[in-house]
Design a protein around this ligand. Sequence first.
Ligand code: ARG
Length: 589
Amino acid sequence: MNVLKKIESHFKKVFLTLGYNSEFAKVSFSSRPELCDFQINSAFSIAKELKQNPMDIAQKIAESANCKKYCVSAYPPAFINIKLTNQELSKLANKLRSEPNLGLDPLTQKKSILLDYGGANVAKELHMGHLRSPIIGESLKRLYKILGHNVISDSHLGDWGLQIGLTIAQLEEEKKLDFYFNKAGKEPIITLDMLNEAYPKASARKKYDTDFKKKADDYTLFVQNKVEPYFSIYKKIRENSVKKIAENYEKLNCHFDLWYGESDAEPYLEKTVQIFKDKGLARYSDGALVVDVARPGEHIPIPKKNPYDRQLYKNPMPPAIIKKSNDGDLYATTDLATILMRNQDFKLDEIHYIVDNRQSTHFEQVFRCAKLSGISPKKQVLLHVNYGTMNGKDGKPFKTREGTTIKLEDIISLLTKTALDRLEKNDIIGNNKLALQIGVAAMKFGDLCNQISKDYVFDLDKFLSFEGKTGPFIQYTFARIGSLLSKAKDFNINDYSINIEKDIERTIILNCFKLIQSYYISYQEKSLCPLTNALYNLASSYSTLYSNVKILSEKNSSKKNSLLSLSILVKEHIEQALNVLGIDAPEKM
Ligand code: ARG
């Protein structure tokens, strides 16, 4: 139910009778809740058009619009304030629960959207820096679904790049791959610990050891060309990594329809490159194949100091490299081939990539290449949903005190342990499952409640608090309502009926409507921030009622029924919203 549209329809009629353009009847939630529930601000615009006094217009509208349902008044300088009567608000409140998804109407234009998120790299440990994509991506997926879209989620693992060559080169030098290279000894079990040790070493080494870097490049190419034993080693590494990645994603409530990686686009790589060649879109530059994607005006060369300098550009949108000079594939190549593959497998209106801000240029290049070449049809929307960095309290990307990145596994353990300690205060001892649910809620809500493109500070203690704008607070409110309802033995669900009397009850219902609206705003903004805010406001208004009113000992039985009904509605709204955020709603806390 779109409550704003409902009220608007009344005002549209009024506007028409008064001879005003009904398009001006735009209702919004009040910015001054102490004065009214909703407002219309367009008296100013109408007055300007008709060259009349805005307050006079507001007054005329208020007089004509006043009715049994709505108390309408003009407020200086020319606002139109609307307050619903308790009776009307109760009527709307009672309808909500009988509607699908508690009044959350599906969008009229249903689309097929593929969401590319997670993006974990095999051979590298999942660490804190990899958290935002799965958290944001999973909740966007759930949001799109509840609004009626067809959604496909793909983990798009990083499994075709240099990290593979680096890791193999390192492990080989450590003589851990003798079985493959020298047919010596038993087949080794390539554990994740081995990879975790090898990759950072190799990654540091490639910066100063050019021979090693060359080797890693060659090995990457061998894997990409399925040369043995490199390819078999690669497959083992991938298998072990993916198992672990999947386990961790599971703990975070992140589920994928497709567990594809860059490597799955391999059969499409050659074709992709050929399209660019055939269409005359690619040229060779220093042996590499590149596509010029800059638009007129963007590609401003900085004069070279001497002829041997590399060309630099001002405000550059550099050419996209689609083949290395050693014929290896790059990140852009696999991304383009993946678009080709996806468009062959599915009919997609949109593809959204939930990836770090720092890859903005990469995606802009890939999107332009995809459009130039026709790999992505004209009408298809390619969108980079970019997010900021998760920082430590020092404002820098989150690291341990020793300056190393924290493994995702370790942060999950830390969250669980801290939640366990916190639960002890509520006399809940040793419930690991619940502690994990709370820990994950803390982390996810702490992330999602920020403006998506901004950096934010990861503050575990704050996120885990049972008070304030946190995941655990919302869960706690949910659990408290559950426990209240379980004690209301004499309440029969057939008596469900909300009868609003007090201001706090009005606020709660209005917050339910605002929560409903926030799903659409979150969808528009591709950010869960509006939803988390609205959810918090709802939970916190309910908490006010809970602390001030003894619902169970209410003498008047119809009043008690109404309060319990209101509690049920709030509980269900919280559960639905938490579910969209990918956060569990435990019954007890
Ligand atoms: N594996 C990449 C990284 O760690 C993220 C993948 C994002 N998705 C994509 N289609 N490029 O940076």
